[in-house]
Design a binder for this molecule. Sequence first.
Ligand code: COA
Length: 354
Amino acid sequence: MTNSRIAGLGYYVPENIVTNDDLAKNMDTSDEWIQERTGIKERRYATKHKETTTTMAKKAAEIAIERAGITNEDVDFIIFATLSPDYYFPGCGVLLQRELGITKTEIGALDIRNQCSGFIYGLSVADQFIKSGMYKNILLVGSEMHSMGLDYKTSGRNVTVIFGDGAGAVLLQPTQEEKKGILTTHLHSNGIFAEELALISPGTHGGYHDKEDLVDFGFPDPSEHGGIFATQTMLDDGLMFPNMNGKLVFKNAVVKFAQVINEALTKTGLSKEDISMLVPHQANLRISQFIQKTFGLRDDQVFNNIQKYGNTTAASIPIALTEAWEQGKVNEGDLVCLAAFGSGFTWGSALIRW
Ligand code: COA
C-alpha cells in the first residue's frame, strides 16, 4: 500500500512586522483587547507592489522543494490553496508554476478555495493522487496576502486584527514504508453558515443572497436581470471587506475541531494519548487552548505561533508545521495531527506518522 509523506516543507513570512499598537493608530482597538481575545501580538504584512500571494508562495515552495532533495522540474503537480489570490482568475496555481520556471513540463495546477481548511483539503487531494499512483512529487502550497483587502477603520476591527500574511509549502512523495506518512484525512463542510465568515462582494450575487433578502443597489430588480458584479455601493458600504460573526465562528470551531480530530483517531484505531504533536490551524489562540484542554494535551504537544503571525488562513498550518519541524518538535515516528476550521463553514483533519 502506498502512502504519501511530507518529503520537504518550508515557509515564508514578510519582513514587515505590524504590532497591535500599529493597528490602534487607525482604529479603536488596543493591544490588551487583541491579546486577551486572540493571543495575537503582531502579524506580518507583505510589501505592496513588490510581494503578492504568489511571490510569497514561491519562496516557501523553493525551500520545500530543496528540502525534498528534488528540483523544480521534478514537481509533477501543483495544488494552491488561498482566499486572497493575485487575480480573480486565473488562480495562483499557474502563476506559481510560472514563477518557479516549470512551464516547459506543462504539469497540472489546481486551485483550492477552502479558506482556513484549504491546506487540509489540498493535503487530502494530494494524498489521493499519490495513493492512486498518478503523481510522485506534488507541491502543495497555502499562501495569503490578507493585508491587501482589510478594513483598517474601526468598522473592520473585529476581523482586521486577526489576519496576517504569509506562505507555507510541502512537497509530497509516495512511501512504501508501512504505517508511515499520511494515515488518514477527513473533510467536512456546512454551507448553511456560508455568509457568517465571508467576503461576498464583488460576486455574481449582485448584492443579494436570495429573493427574500434583496438589497436595493439602485439597479433594476436583480431577480429579473441577474447579478451585478461590482457597484459603487458595494465600495461605499464596505461590502468588499471580509465580515465575520466571531461568536458563532468560535462556538462552531471548538465543537468541529474536536469532532474531526476524534474522527481521525477512530478511523486509525489510535487514541489522543498517541498524539505527539497537534498543529491546529492558527485561528485564535483561545480556540487552540480550548482544543488542547479537550484532548488533555500538554503545552509541548500543541504548536502555536499565532502570537507572531496572526491568522494566515490557508498558510497557517504549513507555516506552523514547518516551524515546529525546524525547532525539532516533529521527529521521525511522531504522530502529528493537523486540524482546521473556517469559512464555509469547512473543516478537516489529518493524521501523519512522521
Ligand atoms: N478591538 C476592540 N474592540 C473590539 C474589537 C477590537 N479589535 N473587535 C470587536 N470589538 C468590540 C465589539 O465591537 C463589541 O463591542 P460592543 O459590545 O460595544 O458592541 C465587543 O468588542 C464584543 O464584540 P464581540 O464580537 O462580541 O467579541 P467577542 O468576545 O466575540 O470576541 C472575537 C471577538 C473575534 C475575538 C471572537 O469572537 C473570536 O475569537 N471568534 C473566532 C474568530 C476566529 O477564530 N476567526 C477565524 C476563523 S478561521
